[in-house]
Design a protein around this ligand. Structure first.
Ligand SMILES: Nc1ncnc2c1ncn2[C@@H]1O[C@H](COP(=O)(O)OP(=O)(O)O)[C@@H](O)[C@H]1O
Ligand SMILES: [Mg+2]
Length: 250
């Protein structure tokens, strides 16, 4: 469903992605692991369509559509969702208002009717309960004063509501204690289904005990340098990334 061919990206004249190739099939959970600074977040931003990045070469296809030719909101309407490594705080916008606006904007872009307020509230409350998000949090400004774990849960709540076809989770495990990690992972696992793909980015193997991936890809210096099954994550945990740093420098 997602196919990336020879992606070359730079920012401020600095080359960050260097001919990256990656395929994620429908129904698959693909994990990307790699050292800090290898370009994992950059990859997630470029898929979602964040500006600032200059794409010098390559293509990103989602079910055959060229994402690089689409605006970020069109990509979202096409089903791309990114849960940020560092979720933004938006003072002055109540979380509930934000959630309703984003859901209805996407429905509109897809030619679907807007949800009525009671229907919307029913859906939010059900999703929030699953993720153990307190109702009063939904009334507060988006992410403002939320703990790291609360922000990450909020990202997963957005994902559950928007029902994207391709979900990217960028270091969702950072800032989570074990209980929150379990709750967030269960939230993700309930969304796993045949038509939906996931790209789970993580520096540590720990998250992959909870969200068990179908494939694992190692990223170093802006490229996928090794791909395998879930056992590859355990191997990385045991050996670290030193091998890849060296082979990359050679
Ligand atoms: N806005 C930016 N300007 C300059 N360099 C950047 C910018 N964003 C990221 N980089 C650099 O790109 C590289 C990859 O960063 P990133 O994608 O965040 O890696 P990762 O998520 O794997 O830790 C790093 O060397 C980082 O310093
Ligand atoms: Mg990152």
């Amino acid at each position: 469903m997602l196919q990336i061919n020879n992606l070359v990206v730079q920012i401020e004249d600095k080359r960050i992605l260097n001919g990256l190739n990656l395929t994620v099939n429908k129904g698959e959970v693909a994990a990307i692991m790699g050292p800090n600074g290898s370009g994992k977040s950059t990859l997630s931003y470029v898929i979602a369509g964040r500006e600032d990045y200059e794409v010098l070469d390559g293509e990103i296809l989602l079910d055959g559509q060229n994402l690089l030719e689409m605006e970020p909101d069109q990509r979202a309407a096409a089903g791309v969702f990114l849960a940020f490594q560092y979720p933004l705080e938006i003072p002055g916008v109540a979380t509930m208002t934000f959630l309703k606006a984003s859901l209805n904007a996407q429905r509109k872009a897809r030619g679907e009717a807007e949800l009525s307020t009671p229907d919307f509230i029913k859906r939010v409350n059900a999703a929030a309960a699953k993720l153990e998000i307190q109702k009063d949090m939904l009334k507060r400004a988006l992410n403002v004063g939320f703990s790291g774990g609360e922000k990450k849960r909020m990202e997963i709540l957005q994902m559950a509501l928007l029902e994207p076809t391709f979900c990217i989770l960028d270091e969702t495990d950072s800032g989570l204690d074990i209980d929150a990690l379990r709750i967030v992972s269960e939230g993700v696992n309930t969304l796993r289904e045949a038509g939906r793909g996931f790209l789970v980015i993580t520096h540590y193997q720990r998250l992959l005990n909870y969200i068990v991936p179908d494939t694992v890809h190692v990223m170093a210096s802006g490229r996928i340098v090794k791909s395998g099954g879930k056992e590859l994550a355990l191997e990385l945990e045991a050996n670290g990334y030193a091998d890849y740093r060296q082979s990359d420098a050679a």
